[in-house]
Design a protein around this ligand. Structure first.
Ligand SMILES: NC(=O)C1=CN([C@@H]2O[C@H](COP(=O)(O)OP(=O)(O)OC[C@H]3O[C@@H](n4cnc5c(N)ncnc54)[C@H](OP(=O)(O)O)[C@@H]3O)[C@@H](O)[C@H]2O)C=CC1
Ligand SMILES: CC(=O)[C@@H](O)[C@H](O)COP(=O)(O)O
Ligand SMILES: [Mn+2]
Length: 388
């Protein structure tokens, strides 16, 4: 494999930081072309001084001068703002983009990179939840590889190597169940953010950690799988597997099943995606059956964790439904993290918003942007009216 010049969009987040660890461990395989952050100028500067990218971009324009002051002398180009993020994403000097921005904000740069023909290592699942038809359509049209980083999708991608999608009976996504597995509504009503942020198996950014606790994450992942693997929604299932050792499975038409497993460590799927098609060696801790005598499985409780049901409905409905759901979810999670609404109120707001934004069966990219905006506005009106 010749050396790949990587752009990490969202380098200051949980995925971005771990990706830089992977890159640091393979200096012969990877170099860094671009790093980007939302607001965290200090960490962006620290990363840039260490990895010496060609350019950095910070979304928050008020941080531009402070970043430029340090990096300009070092020959590192500095840009700021959402528009610059998209422009830099289109650079032909990038061999692969790691899409690791959180949320809807990741859509535009990822789409720009695809339009340019740049292979994508995709962590930012919201991109496919919002506009999976357009994003994967663009990737297919230009023959651009989209290699999943999300652990379940990386597992399915690996199970599908050497297989034909025509021979798939179902894809089964595993879910840990989050910190509240087995809990009922009377418990969840009093749940606070600090508890919800304690994921049993994975250390991740705050938004996805809350999504895991509400099971919205698994709903988003079903929709992500639907587009990524171009599979009929009826063929996607979820099973609760609290140990997060089996990362997902594929069942084929002969009843045979393939599973991909390993310790829960995101550096594995990150390295797999960045290195693809080469499988690189590493010295990460190995799984041992001696430490796991029980791998267990159960059905998700969609009566208590209603977000999963809402997401399945949105996936089945199609059109702009998942885009609306995603926008409402991003707003309620943000509000929950600010202690402005309760745990179960997140679901109440999402459910209400699903009926508030007009349904569009075949949305354009512009329609997705408008639907996102409208859903956020409705969600914030509802959130502002809630007193906890
Ligand atoms: N963390 C994990 O283990 C996993 C994450 N994912 C997915 O990967 C994505 C990233 O997750 P994670 O790393 O946990 O998230 P984090 O919140 O830890 O990091 C998000 C990154 O995006 C940047 N960012 C946030 N908002 C904007 C914006 N408006 N414009 C530009 N940049 C922005 C942040 O910058 P700043 O730091 O400056 O705020 C940060 O670099 C999500 O879509 C998530 O669902 C999928 C599987 C596992
Ligand atoms: C690491 C990863 O891929 C996360 O999306 C993880 O799957 C979250 O855990 P849950 O299974 O609890 O949603
Ligand atoms: Mn996942």
């Amino acid at each position: 494999m010749s050396k790949k010049n990587i752009a990490i969009f969202g380098s200051t987040g949980s995925i971005g930081i771990q990706a830089l660890e992977v890159i640091e461990a393979h200096p012969d395989k990877f170099s860094v072309e671009v790093l980007t952050a939302g607001v965290n100028a200090d960490l962006l500067i620290e990363q840039a001084l260490k990895f010496r990218p060609n350019a950095v971009v910070i979304a928050d324009e008020s941080k531009y001068e402070s970043v430029k002051e340090v990096l300009f002398d070092k020959g590192i180009k500095v840009f700021a703002g959402a528009k610059a993020m998209v422009e830099v994403a289109s650079w032909s000097s990038i061999d692969m983009m790691l899409a690791a921005i959180m949320g809807f904000a990741g859509l535009a740069p990822t789409l720009a990179a695809i339009e340019q023909g740049t292979p994508i290592a995709l962590a930012n699942k919201e991109t496919l939840v919002v506009a999976g038809d357009i994003v994967m359509g663009a990737a297919r049209k230009r023959n651009v590889p989209v290699i999943p980083v999300d652990s379940e999708h990386s597992a399915i991608f690996q199970c599908m190597m050497g297989e034909s999608s025509a021979k798939v009976e179902k894809m089964i996504l595993t879910a840990s169940g989050g910190p509240f597995l087995g809990k009922k509504t009377n418990f969840l009503i009093n749940v606070k953010k600090d508890h919800a942020l304690q994921h049993p198996n994975w250390r991740m950014g705050p938004k996805i950690t809350i999504d895991s606790a509400t099971l919205m994450n698994k709903g988003l992942e079903m929709i992500e799988a639907r587009w990524l693997f171009n599979i009929d929604p009826d063929k996607i299932e979820v099973v609760i597997h609290p140990q997060s050792i089996i990362h997902s499975l594929v069942q084929f038409v002969d009843g045979s099943m393939k599973a991909q497993m390993g310790l829960p460590d995101m550096k594995l799927p990150i390295q797999f995606a960045l290195g693809y098609p080469e499988r690189l060696a590493n010295d990460f801790p190995r799984f041992s059956f001696r430490n796991y005598s029980n791998l267990t499985f159960e059905q998700p409780d969609t009566k208590t964790f209603r977000n999963l049901g809402i997401a399945i409905e949105a996936m089945m409905k199609g059109g702009n439904a998942a885009c609306v759901m995603n926008a409402a979810n991003e707003e309620v999670v943000h509000a929950f993290l600010k202690n402005r609404i309760g745990f179960l109120q997140m679901t109440d707001v999402i459910e209400e918003i699903m009926g508030k934004v007009p349904f569009i069966e075949r949305p354009t990219l512009h329609d997705y942007y408008e639907s996102d905006l409208a859903a956020r506005e409705h969600a914030n009106n509802m959130i502002n009216a809630i007193i906890i």
